[in-house]
Ligand binder design. Structure first.
Ligand SMILES: *Cc1c(COP(=O)(O)O)cnc(C)c1O
Length: 380
């Protein structure tokens, strides 16, 4: 079977060379935009592309306000700052995520709390979230308090794993009931929709990433999506050293971040945005091919949930057990086809080992059995 799989993947990508998990593709527009920043000298904090890229993302996602940052982790850090996360707070997220989600929480002086994933979405499970809160939390006025530690549970950060939207309606309802701010980690889900709304536009704030392996790239980059104009303006202010605009005076009114995306990176982003609809089409076609190939096999293709129109950023299969997973990883990688296990669960990393957590049975099961398979868009 896995021998057939490597042949199948090679037939898709039409190459005998190494096949990466996800590689970016660039065209003439990318080259001319980047060259333009060099020729005009506007490679850094001044230039037209940052604004243009932000407006493009707003148009595409229908977010009221998008603010570009140096990377997705910085966008998450900013989103949590804007959500009012304070030193000593708790922030609920998934154990099944990329480490950046938890790093950003840690950078705020807060601690992540790990709640189980949903089998259907691979993201934060609303049932597990609600039962964690009912068991462990109480409301004190408009604050959600963790009963045992008396810490404030300030925010929840669901992550749309591989571009599959979590159950946002349910999660949003629970967050409202418990006075917890909803911040979406939409780093992997540009082009993914939940019941017709772009992921990242349901929470109060969200973060996108344009790292080299994401669906579009700016080299390094990220974006904060804000649910209101006012928050958007504050977000821009805080990411740009909190400088009060003036033709020549330096005046800053709070300790700000230097998280602004350089014009050079935004120039690449503007060109990539033009190709995003094509990438999404190509990735859906690839997912269709994989779905058909794995039908009736020992590998379960990870498909989009009913409520989600996914970008299929990274395709994945679930193996029968950990042994089958290891065999698949070994066979494909030694055949020059990059396949990867999912991230180790966050509570197994030394810096997050002591964090509070609920039952993580589904996360453990997915961690043991999931393999990502090559997912670069294919030009046919
Ligand atoms: C890529 C990613 C980020 C952000 O990563 P950066 O490399 O900082 O842009 C955050 N969370 C998740 C889940 C990601 O996959």
């Amino acid at each position: 079977m896995s021998h057939h799989l490597s042949e199948f993947i090679r037939s898709l990508y039409k190459t005998k060379d190494f096949i990466p998990l996800h590689a970016p593709t660039f065209g003439d527009q990318e080259k001319s935009n980047v060259l333009d920043t060099i020729e005009t000298t506007f490679v850094s904090s001044v230039g037209k592309y940052v604004d243009e890229f932000e407006r493009e993302i707003e148009r595409f996602t229908e977010s009221p306000k998008a603010v570009a940052t140096v990377n997705g982790t910085a966008a998450l850090h900013t989103a949590l700052y804007m959500a009012g996360v304070k030193q000593g707070d708790l922030v609920i997220t998934q154990a099944l995520t990329f480490v950046a989600t938890c790093n950003a929480i840690h950078h705020m002086g807060a601690a992540p709390v790990f709640v189980d994933a949903s089998r259907e979405t691979l993201g934060l499970c609303p049932v597990a979230l609600e039962s964690f809160l009912e068991y462990n939390a109480k409301l004190d006025g408009e604050r959600c308090i963790h009963k045992e530690s008396r810490q404030v549970i300030r925010a929840a950060v669901p992550m749309h794993t591989f571009g599959h939207a979590v159950h946002l309606d349910e999660i949003q309802r629970i967050c409202k009931k418990w006075h917890i701010t909803l911040v979406e980690d939409a780093a992997e889900s540009l082009g993914s929709y939940y019941k017709g709304k772009h992921t990242g536009t349901i929470g109060e704030f969200a973060a996108l990433s344009f790292n080299g392996n994401k669906i579009i790239t700016t080299g390094g980059g990220g974006m904060v999506l804000c649910a209101s104009d006012v928050d958007g303006r504050c977000t821009k202010h805080i990411t740009t050293t909190a400088k009060v605009p003036h033709p020549y005076e330096f005046y800053h009114d709070e300790p700000g971040f230097n998280y602004r995306m350089p014009n050079l990176n935004a120039a690449l982003g503007c060109a990539q945005m033009q190709r995003l609809p094509l990438f999404l089409e190509q990735k859906r076609q690839l997912a269709n091919d994989y779905r058909a190939f794995f039908k009736g096999s020992n590998y379960e293709f990870v498909d989009e949930p009913n409520h989600s129109h996914s970008n299929f950023w990274l395709n994945a299969v679930l193996c029968e057990d950990k042994g089958a997973r290891n065999a698949l990883l070994e066979e494909q990688n030694s055949a020059g086809i990059m396949c990867r296990p999912i991230w180790q669960l966050m509570h197994k990393l030394p810096m997050f080992a002591e964090c509070l957590r609920g039952d993580l049975e589904v996360s453990e099961d997915i961690e043991a059995r999931l393999v990502n398979i090559p997912s670069s868009p294919i030009c046919r």
